[in-house]
Design a protein. Structure first.
Length: 276
């Protein structure tokens, strides 16, 4: 039996077991996907134990995504650029390879929700400069976005971020966020603003073209106030749940040997776990 899991602290809230469990059952694969609660001080030992315990690999969630970089043997280009690992693959020689599938998950979700969007359609506005933003910005630049406007509540963090990721990034002041939407073809919120339990995202969409796409990577709630406002004015709105679903596909393929599909049945199954 092929074994994989999700390692974090805490980890009980993770939807990954339901997600991978759905695929294992759907495709009739003899495997299991389990939760692996590991405190920060135990990360090195837990990762090194994966080959010995018969694991094909694991996902990493908070607070382990960055710390794992100093422990594993190999790091792929995406994980190195993002500065975080969300997928561990045990190689045939029992060494550990770290990957990051968040950029893949973001762009696949965006294309599924907005099939007409293309990177060369116009500027993209990205709110936030954290780890999620690094994955989003990397994916957008790879997709051909030629002008990316980056806004963060702490400008210095955005400046450092832009210096590391490329020349096509313009850093703007957070206070100009409403005006920054003029002429944009895409708006992406990567902050926690609008998430359940977090402050709302205060952003007027008046300057945004009704043909622009609005994507919020938050998925609790599934319909954030930003997405609701976008839909009311006719913008294509893409929620964040698909990022979770699509980012899991390459990991599943690496461990279980089959690239799974994101279907309506899968989405309904995971949506059910979001309800109180």
């Amino acid at each position: 039996m092929i074994r994989a899991g999700v390692m974090g602290w805490p980890v009980e809230h993770s939807r990954s077991p339901a997600l991978h469990g759905f695929w294992l059952k759907h495709y009739g694969i003899a495997g299991e996907y389990v939760t692996l609660p590991v405190p920060p001080e135990g990360l090195r030992a837990a990762l090194r134990a994966l080959p010995r315990e018969g694991f094909a690999g694991c996902n990493l969630t908070l607070p382990h995504k960055e710390a794992a970089l100093a422990i594993i043997d190999h790091v792929d280009a995406s994980a190195r650029r993002i500065g975080a690992v969300n997928t561990i693959v045990v190689r045939d020689d029992r060494s550990l390879e770290g990957r990051n599938t968040d950029s893949f998950g973001f762009i696949e979700n965006l294309r599924a929700g907005a099939p007409d969007w293309r990177g060369d359609k116009g500027p993209a506005v990205v709110l936030g400069a954290g780890g999620a933003a690094r994955a989003v910005v990397g994916a957008l630049l790879d997709a051909g976005v030629r002008e990316l406007r980056l806004l963060n509540r702490h400008r210095a963090r955005a400046e450092s971020f832009a210096a590391a990721l490329g020349d096509n990034i313009r850093v703007l002041d957070w206070e100009t966020r409403a005006r920054s939407l003029a002429g944009a073809a895409l708006l992406v919120n990567t902050t926690s603003l609008g998430m359940h339990g977090a402050p709302p995202l205060d952003l007027a969409l008046d300057a945004l073209d009704p043909a622009a796409v609005v994507n919020d990577i938050v998925y609790v709630p599934l319909e954030t106030p930003l997405l609701a406002a976008a839909r009311r004015r006719g913008n294509t709105a893409v929620d964040g749940l698909g990022v979770l679903l699509h980012q899991a596909r390459p990991a599943f393929a690496a461990w279980f040997g089959l690239m799974p599909e994101v279907t309506h049945d899968l989405r309904r199954t995971i949506e059910a776990t979001l309800r109180p």
